[in-house]
Design a protein around this ligand. Structure first.
Ligand SMILES: *[C@@H]1O[C@H](CO)[C@@H](O)[C@H](O)[C@H]1NC(C)=O
Ligand SMILES: *[C@@H]1O[C@H](CO)[C@@H](O)[C@H](O)[C@H]1NC(C)=O
Ligand SMILES: *[C@@H]1O[C@H](CO)[C@@H](O)[C@H](O)[C@H]1NC(C)=O
Length: 729
């Protein structure tokens, strides 16, 4: 049955194009006609779809024989051998770039919106906000981009960059970022990337650790960099991306000993005196990517050219008919592996990449001048990457608009959404055919136009996507959403849910560039021999697995292993299980497992998932102190349920927080937890010995749960520190 659902999501672009004609047909029938059409739309699919009912779920991953530590390994079902590169000779990023630029020479490649105007508006509280008026995209062809990258590479050398040292890019996402990146590879220069939110200490540490001599940044950062120049001892050259009206370069020059040049000056320098390229090799380190460590200073992950081309090649096989007709909207940070991988894929496939930003995305985005257009409205992308937080924002905006409209519009939206949801979730009513078309035209076309109206595939990464959000995209955008699971250490590539898979909560089968192995973790109670689904720590092996942490052999040896065939494996610390069709589900994290005083291991995530089934529990965080033999929990009760009980038990209270503090209430909730624990077969030590009831719900705004509504352990722990201490006192 799952399989027949593929048709629901099939070719949404074509559906959209045909939709207008059918609308006029429906209009012709008048009100009665619409009712008739709905009846037909319900009955016809009902009859036809019975044909599909017997169909089995498609096999997406198959067990594989691999070397290294024992476990349960899976590979992508469509490829017997691991994919290493998109074409035979494209074994480095430099080669892949050159081939694409030759093959698609005249095609549009990188697009940037023309700045028409910039103004500041003052809000009622006196704060000033920048508003942009942006025009059409101005495009450069693959040929032009290639020439610019070559010029930049030559210019770097002419400027005095020593090719035996590294260059760093510390800038927002835009076309020149990508050009500088490719330029460095033309001279076999390793690029260091630093996530801009990491902060000053992390920046100083990263640049010093990798002994970067050329720093490439946005002009708006020059001032701050000059201020810390005495800590940036290795830096000799600074190249900045021009921004209109910035005069920071001169100031920066006078306060530091750096050679400072604008990006276009470097390009010009190179154009005037070309330098012969020195191209990298497959195992050379292309990027040292700094990501935040869970404690202390950031770690630099060494990503080779081979890693990047492997993930790129694998993802290319997963997006149906990817090619020159696709326009991709680039707006996530390029210093993050997810965006860098996505743009590599678009480049290799000959797509257009239009640059935008999170603040100028839609017509109603913060930085967009009222009455002018956001990036999606101008580009009309067919492909987009996204993270759960952004999807949630879009979803909330749509619901808000529907709510504002009210009346018939709201009713129609609600009914349409429910009908489509039932269809997508596998009840076959209206799974396809006229009814779908009806809702598309009457309700969802408007929603879709909010993202330009042409989206045919979305890729979500960064964090797990909630089922609700996934369904929202499926229905309102009429497009499949692929969930990618991967880490910087695997150059984003590990698993990827396929476009015709409509299930929720899973991250898909292994990418064709790697094996996924589940290795038993006995202490946590997760075994590769578990039935019906094998479980264990997720270990990724193959050409996308990176070379380790920069200047940190000890940490590298902890989480990377090389097997007897020379294949590298990365130990993710995430716990997963394989579904019978070969798809992976993430179920826990090793970090969330704590050893109690008497040696028992307690999986906080597992216990929470069991206890949240109690009717009284809205949210719960279990905490285990290794110096005690029991765990405790902070519980957000379901207000309605607890108040109902209080009324029946005749408990008097002034407000809800007072009720939460009452011993009777705590005891009532604790009893219900005990029941849930018993039903879920938890061990005695897994049931919280003491609990605290927190009266305020945990929302993303409070910072206690993520946008995907996963609890943020550290934040909750610090907010309820004194309460937790009392529970253990
Ligand atoms: C490229 O640079 C690396 C060091 O980062 C070096 O080991 C390698 O030999 C260089 N390749 C060429 C072709 O010069
Ligand atoms: C830079 O790194 C060196 C070691 O490579 C270290 O001795 C020095 O303290 C570091 N400087 C800063 C500013 O971090
Ligand atoms: C510039 O270089 C000189 C000598 O090389 C040194 O004394 C001075 O401290 C440097 N200034 C800064 C801001 O790094």
């Amino acid at each position: 049955m799952e399989d027949s659902e593929g048709s629901v999501l099939n070719a949404p672009v074509e559906d959209n194009l045909g939709a207008g004609d059918h609308l006029s047909v429906l209009k012709g029938y008048g009100a009665l006609g619409i009712v008739g059409a709905v009846i037909v739309a319900v009955l016809v699919p009902l009859l036809l779809s019975t044909v599909f009912l017997g169909k089995k779920r498609k096999q997406r991953g198959v067990p594989a024989q691999v070397a290294g530590e024992e476990g349960y390994a899976m590979r992508n079902a469509r490829f017997t051998e691991l994919i290493e590169s998109p074409h035979k000779e494209a074994t480095t990023v430099a080669a892949m770039f050159e081939q694409s630029c030759k093959k698609y020479a005249q095609n549009q490649f990188l697009g940037t919106r023309k700045l028409i105007g910039r103004e500041f508006v003052t809000a009622s509280n006196g704060k000033k906000f920048e508003k942009l008026h942006l025009g059409d995209y101005e495009w450069q062809t693959y040929r032009q981009v290639f020439d610019r990258a070559c010029n930049f590479a030559s210019g770097l050398i002419k400027l005095g960059h020593n090719v035996d040292t590294r260059a760093a890019i510390f800038a927002d996402t835009h076309a020149e970022w990508f050009i500088a990146f490719q330029g460095c590879f033309r001279q076999n220069i390793t690029v260091v990337t630093i996530y801009s939110s990491l902060g000053e200490d992390a920046l100083i540490h990263s640049l010093n650790e990798t002994q970067v001599s050329t720093l490439i940044c946005d002009s708006k950062q020059l001032k701050n960099l000059a201020a810390i120049s005495s800590s940036l001892n290795s830096i000799k050259n600074v190249i900045y991306f021009e921004d209109v009206g910035s005069s920071a370069a001169k100031e920066c020059e006078s306060t530091s000993n750096w050679t400072i040049a604008s990006f276009s000056e470097v390009e010009k320098l190179g154009q005037e005196s070309p330098v012969h390229p020195t191209l990298p090799s497959k195992n050379g380190v292309a990027v040292v990517m700094y990501t935040s460590g869970s404690t202390g200073l950031p770690k630099g992950v060494m990503i080779t050219h081979g890693n990047i081309v492997a993930t790129t090649a694998a993802v290319m096989t997963l997006i149906p008919s990817l090619g020159s007709t696709d326009a991709y909207l680039a707006y996530l940070p390029l210093a993050h592996v997810f965006e860098l991988a996505a743009e590599s894929v678009m480049m290799a496939a000959g797509c257009q990449i239009g640059y935008g930003s999170a603040l100028t995305l839609t017509d109603t985005s913060n930085k967009i001048k009222k009455g002018t257009k956001g990036d999606v409205s101008v580009l009309k992308p067919t492909l987009m990457t996204t993270v759960p937080a952004i999807i949630d924002r879009i979803r909330d905006a749509v619901y808000k608009k529907v709510e504002e409209k009210g009346g018939i519009a709201k009713n129609l939206f609600d009914i349409g959404f429910k009908r489509r949801l039932a269809a997508v979730e596998g009840s076959w009513f209206g799974a396809w055919g006229l009814e779908k078309l009806f809702w598309e035209v009457v309700v969802f076309k408007v929603v879709r136009s909010g993202l330009g109206g042409h989206i045919r595939f979305m890729i979500c990464g960064g964090a797990p996507l909630s089922a609700d959000s996934q369904r929202f995209i499926n229905i309102c955008m009429g497009a499949p959403i692929g969930q990618a699971y991967g880490l910087t250490e695997t150059f984003a590539g590990a698993t990827f849910s396929e476009w015709d898979d409509t299930t929720v909560g899973r991250v898909g089968p292994p990418l064709p560039c790697c094996y996924i192995k589940l290795v038993s973790w006995k202490e946590g109670g997760y075994l590769a021999s578990d039935k019906p689904m094998p479980r264990g720590e997720i270990v990724v092996g193959g050409p996308s697995v990176t070379a380790g942490y920069f200047k940190n052999q000890q940490k590298t040896d902890e989480v990377y292993k090389v097997d007897e065939n020379g294949m590298r494996w990365f130990y993710t610390g995430d716990i997963g299980r394989f579904h019978p069709d070969g798809c992976l589900e993430i179920i826990d994290r090793k970090k969330d497992i704590v050893k109690l005083q008497h040696g028992e291991y307690i999986s906080l995530g597992k216990v929470e998932a069991t206890l949240i089934t109690s009717n009284y529990v809205d949210n719960i965080m279990v905490f285990a102190d290794p110096f005690h033999n029991y765990c405790v929990a902070v519980v957000v009760p379901v207000r309605q349920a607890l108040e109902k009980w209080a009324q029946e038990a005749e408990i008097k209270y002034n407000d809800f927080s007072e009720l939460c503090g009452k011993a009777e209430a705590v005891s009532e909730v604790q009893q219900s937890l005990a029941k849930a624990a018993k039903a879920g077969k938890l061990d005695k030590f897994e049931l919280p010995g003491k609990i605290y009831l927190a009266s305020d719900p945990w929302t993303p705004e409070s910072g206690l749960v993520t946008a995907a509504l996963k609890i943020k352990r550290e934040q909750i722990k610090s907010k309820f520190r004194s309460e937790i201490e009392k529970l253990y006192a």
